[in-house]
Write a protein that binds this ligand. Structure first.
Ligand SMILES: *Cc1c(COP(=O)(O)O)cnc(C)c1O
Length: 387
């Protein structure tokens, strides 16, 4: 069924695995030798493709992986990934056995959860990391008393292996470091209150790993910088090395026509031509995550900027061209073409959101092509035609 490109539509994401490798190696160089890198590949590696990113990260200096949900960890195991995987979010106690069977570590923070999981586990051994809520207000133990109770339960049961403790910062990417410092010392206090120090003590996300000394701990959890994106606009100015963006979004023109004064484009007829103009149709729409709020955004078609005119439809949108181009001309919606660049940050700004949300939102309908050493990697991730 499949041709050499296993997708049948000219819209795709290109992921530069070399950029991911370079970003990780640059972080690696700046970390203490004993600090392990946990590559965060949740949400399909922020939309980049979890399996390929995981492989690349592990080959570039990461020694473990983290995801948000158990399903994401199991998908990586099914694809043959053998490295340690930590589920950062809350899992269900009844799913503890499947995590144990697949050597997936779970995040724990409630004694009730542990008691219930123990009943499901039987003789199996589950690896756990304790989560401390030092100020993020999401999940985790909030006091040393709670922490001690959780630790005691873990240590008293042979079905649990106490492999780590961690916390997560709410403001590590902001100029003001007051809350960061508060969380940091809170975490150190909590770690010091433990009866036993587990093998992994980790707190830094990308922003903290780039900005603050990690010597008291022995692992960092890298997400956004791995993908070549700054953790925040404020941090862009203080990055210790240039990041290489790995993600780009492409399509090809499916139709070109000249419209005339008074002609309208798309639903609601919100755009009216005030002269003769060239309009191209692109086969990408809000169902691909190219959402309606991007109306007016410029894309690059045949090396020239072209604004999106009229409403973005579910599967298509229209752009105004400076002149006619042939059908099949490539358009870049995110990334570089010729002298122009549309960065993920530019799209984030247009959408009044953060770069994280942009790459995550390009939907599973868009196939991912992976590039390594300037060559297409054979495997293409097409969720529609997978397996
Ligand atoms: C997503 C996440 C990370 C990665 O954060 P980045 O800012 O992308 O580096 C680290 N830790 C936890 C708990 C997370 O949820």
């Amino acid at each position: 069924m499949r041709g050499s490109d296993p997708f049948y539509r000219d819209t795709w994401v290109e992921v530069q695995l070399d950029a991911i490798e370079e970003n990780i190696k640059n972080v690696r160089k700046r970390l203490p030798k004993q600090t392990a890198i946990i590559a965060v590949v949740k949400a399909n590696a922020y939309g980049h493709g979890a399996y390929e990113v995981a492989k690349t990260a592990l080959a570039s200096g990461a020694s473990g992986l983290a995801v948000a949900f158990l399903d994401e960890a199991l998908a990586l195991r099914n694809d043959g990934i053998r490295a340690p995987i930590l589920v950062l979010g809350a899992a269900r106690p009844q799913d503890a056995p499947i995590a144990a069977e697949n050597a997936v570590s779970l995040t724990v923070f409630q004694t009730d959860w542990l008691t219930e999981a123990r009943q499901h586990l039987g003789g199996q051994k589950l690896s756990v990391h304790i989560k401390c809520d030092t100020g993020m207000g999401r999940i985790g133990v909030r006091s040393t008393e709670e922490l001690k109770a959780v630790e005691k339960l873990i240590e008293s049961e042979t079905c649990f292996s106490f492999d780590g403790i961690f916390t997560h910062f709410a403001t590590a990417d902001e100029i003001d470091t007051a809350l960061y410092e508060k969380q940091y010392s809170r975490f150190r206090e909590m770690v010091e209150s433990l009866g036993t120090r587990p093998p992994f003590v980790h707190c830094a996300n990308s922003a903290a790993a780039l900005r603050f000394d990690q010597t008291p701990f022995n692992a960092v959890r890298l997400g956004i910088v791995m993908y070549g994106l700054a953790p925040s606009p404020e941090m862009k100015a203080i990055l210790p090395f240039p990041l290489k963006e790995a993600f780009s979004l492409h399509t090809k023109v499916t139709h070109v026509k000249q419209i005339h004064t008074g002609d309208t484009v798309s639903y609601g007829a919100t755009y009216t031509a005030d002269q003769d103009e060239w309009i191209a149709t692109l086969p990408i729409g809000y169902a691909d995550g190219w959402i309606r709020k991007l109306q007016g955004q410029e894309v690059i078609v045949g090396g020239e900027k072209a604004p999106i005119v009229g409403r973005i439809c579910m599967d298509q949108c229209m752009v105004k061209l400076p002149h006619a181009v042939p059908v099949g001309t490539e358009a870049v919606l995110i990334g570089r073409q010729g002298e122009y660049l549309v960065s993920v940050d530019e799209i984030a700004e247009k959408l009044e959101t953060i770069n994280y949300e942009v790459t995550c939102s390009i939907s599973a309908r868009v196939p991912r092509i992976f590039m390594q050493k300037g060559q297409k990697v054979t495997k293409v991730l097409n969720f529609l035609l997978a397996k």
